[in-house]
Structure formats: C-alpha cells, structure tokens
Design a protein around this ligand. Structure first.
Ligand code: ADP
Ligand code: MG
Length: 705
C-alpha cells in the first residue's frame, strides 16, 4: 500500500536507523516524518557573522570563523591521544582539538581546504583553541547554501545526545530529510487566494524556512504564515462547530414574557437592574426565542449580580410552561442559591423551588423526585446530584450551571440529556473572568455575555500589602473591625502537592490566632479540606450566623460563599497564590454596605513575579484587568478555569503576543464558513482534507456544554 511520505516512519530517512527512530519515538514522541517536520527548532544561532581570529579576546566566547585547515596531527601517547589541527584565516591562527572521533575526522577533513568552524574558545595565555568544534567543509557547494544562515537549534535529551541526536545530529537529519522531500509531499492546504492575499510563502517554503531560514526575513515570513495557520485551522474548526450546533440543535421556543416574569419585575425585584444586567437579559431573551438551542456563557465578576439574571431567565422558561434547574459545585453554594431563590420568589408568585443534593435522602428525596417528574417543581436547585440517573423532569427547558470551572465537560453533557424532545437551553455562569483574548480561542463556539458593571453603591474593596513586620498593626486593625461588628476571613494557601505542609501552616496560624484573639471574647471557626463535609458546613454556618468572629480556612471558601457581614479578608502567604485565585478570594468580602478590606500578608523576600501579582491586586479591583495580567504572567495554559476545557497549545503562536494574527485569522475563518459552511468549494477542498485528517484532536474540547 502506498503510504505518503509524511506518514511514514523515520527509519527511511538517511541517518535514522531503527535505534534512533525508536529513541525519537520514546523520548520526544516523534513517530512520523510529519512529526519530525513539525518539531520546529527551539531557537536559531546567528551564523551570518564571522569573527577574525585576531579579534577573539575572551575565554569561553562562542565564535564562528572561516579559514583554511593547514595542518592536522595526532599528538600524545596512546591513552591521552588527541588530534590537533591548525586553522588559519587572514588575521591569525587557532588550534582545533579532538579527543574523540579521531578516525572519522582524519578521514573526512582533508587539509588545505576551507572550513567554517563554530565553537567555544579556550584561551590559554596567548594560545587559542577550540575543542570539538562544529566544522563544515566550505568547499562542498551543496552544504554552502545551508551554512551562511541562521542555524536551527533542536531540542534533545540525554539519551538522544548519547546516540548522536543532539541538536547538531538532528540538524543533519533534517538536512537529509529536506534532500528527500519535495513540495508535492508537503501539499498546500490553505486556499490559493488566501496565500496570495496575505502574501504568504507556500507551505513547503514555510516549513523549510522554519528549519533552515536563509535570513531573518525568510524566518519571519515562515513564522507569520505558520502562526496564522495554527490559529486559522482552530478557528475554522470552532466556527464550523458553532454554526453546525446552531443548525442541528433546534431549541425550544420561549415565545412570551409572561405573568411570573412581569409580576416578579414589578413586585419582587428588590432593586433596579444595572445596565449590564438588562443587556445580558436581552441577549438571553433573544436566544430563548430564536429556535436554536442556547449555549451561552455568562461572565461576571464576583458580586456583579449573576443570580438575579439567572432567576429571571428561569422565569422566562416557567412562563412558557417549562421547568428550570440550577446546578452549583458545592452543597453550601447550592443551599445558598436555594435560600436566595426562595426569598426572591416569595409572595404571590406561586413558584415552587426544590433542593436536591447528596444529603437529601429517603422519603424526602423520593417525594422531591416525584414532584420534579410531575412538573410541580418549577426550579430545581442542587449539586451535581441533579445530573444523576434518577432525576427526571417533566419538561426541562433551561439548565443553568454556576461556577462553571468546577464541572467537567462530561458532567455538562449529561445535563443535555435531561431534556425531552429537545436539549434544554444552557446558561453557564462563571466568575472567573476569562480575558477576551482567550475567549476567542477557547469558547469560539459559545455565545458570551458579560456583566461588566457592579451594582451601584458598592464601595471598592481597599487592598493592602503587608509583611510580618506589620502584624501587630494588622491585629489591632482586625480587633477594631470586630468591635464594629464585622467578621473576618483568614485564608491560608492550599496547594495539592504539599497538603500536609499547608495544614501545618494553617494549624500554626490558628494557634497564633487563638493567642491574639483569646476566647471567650473572640470566637474562631476553622474550615479545611481534610474535614468532612458536615463539619465544614457546620463551621461555615456558625460563621454565617455570626456566632464566630473569625473564619480561618484554606481555600475551600474560594467559591461563591456569601456572608455580607464579613468585611475583612486576610490572605496569609499571599505570594503563594495565583492572581485569579487572589481575586476570587477577595471577592468574598465587599458584599455588604460597609467598607471592606483585603490584606495580603507576605514575607519580605518576593520574586519579581510575586511582587507584580500583589501590586496588581493593590492597584485594581477589575477582574478582567487582573485576568489579563495573569494571562501575561503565567501563560494561558495555567489560567484558572481553563484546565478542563483544555486551552489549545500552539507551537509558534502565542495568544497574547500574536493577538493581531489571531483576530485576522478569526475574521477570515468566519467569512469563509459563512460563505461555504461545508468547505465544498473547489478552492477549499485542500483545507477540508487537511481538517479531516489532522484536526480530530479538536473534537474532545469542542463539545463544551
Ligand atoms: P454573583 O455575580 O457573584 O453571583 P450575586 O448574584 O450573588 O453576585 O449578587 C451579589 C449581591 O448583589 C447580592 O446580594 C445581590 O442581591 C446584589 N445585587 C445584584 N444585582 C443588584 C443590583 N442591580 N442592584 C443592587 N444590588 C444587586
Ligand atoms: Mg454567584
């Protein structure tokens, strides 16, 4: 059977036998010729410049020189034998020394020829030498072409190096490979009109130039095309998926705004909505009557008022004869939602809200499930217990997921199945601000609404950075706040790998707090990850009810807990938290009418990055701004809230640095798919074939929601 060169194993490349091909597979996961071609250099050494031998001045300097090998001789006794050559240019001479591969060198480096030599210089008095230089014969014209350029540096490993595949060895392999392949092997897959319009090099040229650029210009052109392509292919896949979703997933039509909604708006709504809340509701309303299934991500900073938006969307469902459900990641949060929804829907509204979690058992559970099945529960609030087998709705029209990043993709998919004839509309709410830059790549197939305005009258949280030196002052401050009737969070880091250590930190911190805030005057709650859920809930509730003044916790309180009277957040070892986590934690305060504070405690000594994190926190309360800084500091892969959905990684492109290219690629991809959704046009066939062949990986994260 014919196997295209790109799909072939490496054995057939000159210079790669079975052993090396096995090593490349095991060490670098390079299996095929294509893998090898796509394993781009890590960087390039500029070999366009030559140094004159007389100008070599410092030890260990790495130089490239051009000269004639005038002499090559074996020196020393058997055991300490070495090969010494003399290289001469118009300015002087230098010694080249080999301790190994002597036989090969003697056979392959004839004297009185011109060579290009590259290596690290040894200065010994006035004597200059280069041990084991890279050396190329400039008399062979076919090598010449590849020499006076940027030389690629490839990644390697110890075992690869040991068997000759260090960067240099890999370079030789690549050179051999490029002798063997032709533009027919590396077929173009971007449409010709695009290549022309954007003045891109062909695929073959780009791949060749990314490995062996003849100059900086060629390298930049190759990079420009390949980066574009990385974004473009992904955007095409995303947007295609998005359009398909719209077509395939017909949705329930919520025709009317009805009695409950209007009555709620007139009688129950405890405040007027912010402009952002109104806008988002309109967007949701449009979706719900469009006839396509809604898949919308609702982003809003902590405290921006997502709950009320969720409720009003659910009322739209109810008014059209449907049920709705709201799923939260923890029991406490679900309970909290249940409480506020029952509050908000009181009076003459006649809405029945149910609560389901793992702890609802026996008769109560049976009864609740029955009511849900009969459609007598209008809104079912709960934990992931909602997606269990036994939970059936009469007519589920809208499913809302709070704090989206705590749920896996698979769990979300299960919600889909709860619909009857059609999938329910889906609204995912998250407080983890995902920078707009990342949105385009991550959620290209979700619609996004943003609440970018806080309810009026909020006093911005004051954030301060303090060290151990200030502790007495901080303690005094806390006491003053407690005297005013406020409550305090004290948070310690929890990092999974060092759970024991963190627990120690927490316990030590707790003991110190007991000294500084002695009972009975002060009451302290403790919550950490090692406690049973009931214990945690018990302690949380004591704090919520105002029985305790301080809440000492690891990061378990991070998500959504609402205690409006808590107005001070102390974060210990704050340098160990990521930015978005700090921001989430800070969001626990600032929920009441009082001035709130966040105090970041840290040691004196901070890394540059930690300083920037803490400084950012002190300077801004804007979650999006913080997310952008976070993205810049940590790179997209580590951004909180994105692990499960899998931020795509690119070989060359960088979501932040190459944002312009990303935008261009997205616009072009959108236009193409709008005109030719199935890529059936003659000039798109190459693109389609490429997508079908190489872009299956995309599928596992295209099913978000
Ligand atoms: P989050 O977006 O973090 O879920 P919530 O929905 O819990 O925020 O709202 C935070 C607080 O702000 C709640 O106490 C809520 O009642 C209040 N709130 C929401 N919207 C408004 C508004 N438009 N005006 C005044 N207060 C509001
Ligand atoms: Mg919330």
């Amino acid at each position: 059977m014919f196997v295209p060169l790109l799909d072939q194993g490496l054995i057939y490349i000159k210079g790669v036998g079975p052993t090396k091909s096995e090593l490349l597979k095991n060490e670098l996961a390079i299996n095929t010729v294509r893998d090898l071609l796509l394993d781009y250099p890590m960087r390039y050494e500029d070999r366009t410049q030559f140094t004159l031998i007389k100008d070599i001045a410092s030890n260990n300097e790495v130089v490239q020189i051009r000269g004639t090998l005038t002499n090559l001789a074996l020196i020393g006794q058997t055991r300490k034998k070495r090969l010494v050559g003399t290289l001469r240019d118009e300015s002087g001479s230098i010694e080249l020394v080999w301790f190994r591969s002597i036989k090969w060198i003697m056979e392959n480096l004839p004297v009185n020829r011109t060579y290009r030599v590259y290596g690290r210089v040894n200065l010994f008095g006035r004597r200059k030498s280069i041990p084991h230089p890279e050396i190329d014969n400039l008399s062979k014209p076919e090598e010449l072409e590849q020499l006076a350029t940027f030389v690629p540096v490839y990644r390697s490993t110890e075992s690869l190096s040991a068997s000759g595949l260090d960067s240099r060895g890999r370079r030789k392999v690549m050179q051999n490979l490029f002798q063997a392949i032709t533009p027919t092997d590396l077929k173009e897959h971007l449409p010709a009109y695009l290549i022309e319009k954007l003045k891109f090099p062909s695929y073959f040229d780009a791949i060749r130039d990314i490995h062996f650029p003849k100059d900086n210009q060629a390298l930049l052109q190759a990079e420009r095309r390949l980066k574009f392509e990385e974004f473009f292919i992904m955007q095409i896949a995303l947007i295609r998926h998005y359009f398909k979703n719209k077509q395939i997933h017909e949705g329930y039509v919520f025709e009317q705004i009805g009695r409950t909604f209007n009555e709620f708006y007139d009688k129950n709504l405890p405040f007027s909505l912010t402009g952002a809340q109104k806008r988002v509701l309109k967007e949701i309303r449009q979706d719900l009557k469009s006839g396509s299934q809604m898949n919308r991500l609702l982003q809003g900073d902590v405290g921006s008022g997502k709950t009320i938006v969720a409720l009003m969307a659910m009322l739209m469902a109810i008014d059209n004869g449907f049920q709705a459900c709201l799923m939260a990641p923890t029991e406490i949060l679900a309970q909290q939602h249940y409480d506020s929804l029952t509050d908000l829907t009181g009076g003459s509204l006649n809405i029945r809200v149910g609560f389901l979690s793992g702890s609802i058992k026996g008769k109560t559970r049976q009864e609740l499930l029955k009511l849900t099945r009969y459609g007598e529960i209008h809104i079912l609030v709960g934990t992931h217990a909602l997606i269990e087998e036994g939970v059936r709705f009469k007519r589920l029209g809208l499913a809302i997921i709070d704090e989206q990043h705590r749920f896996g993709v698979a769990q979300r998919a299960k919600l889909w199945e709860k619909g009857k004839e059609l999938h329910p509309h889906i609204l995912i709410m998250t407080a983890t601000p995902i920078p707009r830059t990342l949105h385009m790549t991550l959620y290209g197939d979700l619609d996004v609404s943003v609440i970018d305005e806080l309810p009026p009258g909020r006093k911005p949280i004051k954030t301060m950075h303090k060290t151990e030196y200030h502790r007495p002052q901080v303690i005094k401050f806390i006491k003053k706040e407690i005297a005013k009737g406020r409550q305090i969070y004290v948070v310690f880091p929890l990092i999974e790998e060092s759970e024991n250590l963190d627990l120690e930190d927490l316990n030590r911190g707790y003991e110190r707090l007991l000294l500084d805030f002695p009972a009975p005057e002060f009451q302290i709650s403790v919550v950490h990850g090692r406690m049973k859920q009931e214990e945690k809930d018990f302690e949380m509730n004591r704090f919520k009810d105002g029985v305790t003044h301080l809440m000492v916790a690891t990061t378990v309180i991070e998500v959504g807990v609402n205690v409006p009277n808590a107005s001070v957040m102390i974060i210990e070892n704050s340098e160990r938290f990521g930015l978005s986590q700090l921001h989430q934690l800070r969001g626990r305060v600032g929920r009441g009418a009082d001035q709130s504070y966040c105090i970041l405690m840290s040691s004196f000594k901070l890394t540059h990055e930690a300083k920037e994190r803490l400084q950012t926190m002190v300077e801004t309360n804007d979650g999006f701004e913080i997310a952008e800084v976070d993205l810049r500091l940590r790179g997209p892969g580590n951004l909180q809230g994105t692990q499960q959905s899998g931020v795509p990684t690119f070989k060359l492109a960088n979501i932040i640095r190459d944002n312009d290219i990303l935008k261009t690629s997205r616009e072009i991809a959108r236009r193409i798919i709008e005109k030719d959704p199935d890529l059936r046009a003659e000039y798109h066939l190459g693109l389609r074939a490429y997508l079908e062949k190489y872009h299956n990986e995309r599928q596992d994260w295209s099913n978000i929601s």
